[in-house]
Write a protein that binds this ligand. Structure first.
Ligand SMILES: [Zn+2]
Length: 205
């Protein structure tokens, strides 16, 4: 970790340790796999050593965690932000990781195939938020078939601004799968880290 990122992370880890919510065990497995894919086994090893020696943070034994098991969101959040700071990943990297998470998850892929219309699928995706996170609620607040635009709002969820980028990527992949539009994209137009009282994601396809 370079000095600048280290300073950032020193503060971030203190805040991330306070998180109260839970998420599924599969998330941390996916994040570890991302590190291996991008940085190799050696990269993962170096990151683990730094986290253990400087931050007293240890990854749990992933073989003992079931995909659907609820675990504290402290673990995947610290690991994600640490990886970003340690390897100097860009926002585009994080967005792409969010997209990759959809392909990694069997359950998300399933409902994308199941529902007929774009509107139903996006709505279902938003409403299923609590199947993945115990904190926060997500809902679709507008859908414009003509303009090919929708808005998803996320409330009562405040972890880290880069997690918003990751979530944008997750939504973008679902949107891409359901619309089959390569040019579809997601941008966060409101954010609790920018003074708004909720997050809002604009979907365009
Ligand atoms: Zn946000």
């Amino acid at each position: 970790m370079n000095e600048e990122n280290k300073k950032l992370f020193d503060k971030e880890i203190v805040e991330l340790e306070q998180l109260k919510g839970e998420e599924r065990g599969v998330d941390i497995k996916y994040l570890v796999e991302c590190v291996i894919r991008k940085e190799g086994e050696d990269g993962l090893k170096e990151l683990k050593i730094e986290l253990a020696e400087k931050y007293d943070f240890f990854l749990p034994d992933l073989n003992k965690i079931k995909d659907v098991e609820w675990i504290s969101e402290v673990i995947p959040h610290i690991f994600l932000i640490a990886s970003i700071r340690f390897f100097g990943w860009s926002e585009e990297d994080i967005y792409q990781m969010g997209k990759g998470a959809v392909s990694y998850s069997r359950t998300i892929k399933m409902f994308v195939k199941y529902f007929a219309s774009i509107k139903q699928t996006i709505q279902r995706a938003a409403n299923s938020w609590n199947e993945y996170y115990t904190e926060g609620t997500m809902s679709m607040t507008s859908f414009d078939k003509e303009k090919k635009e929708a808005i998803l709002e996320l409330r009562d969820f405040k972890t880290h601004p880069l997690v918003c980028v990751y979530i944008s990527g997750v939504i973008a992949k679902i949107l891409e799968l359901v619309t089959a539009e390569k040019g579809s994209r997601v941008e966060e137009v409101r954010c609790v880290f920018k003074g708004d009282d909720h997050h809002a994601f604009r979907l365009i396809w």
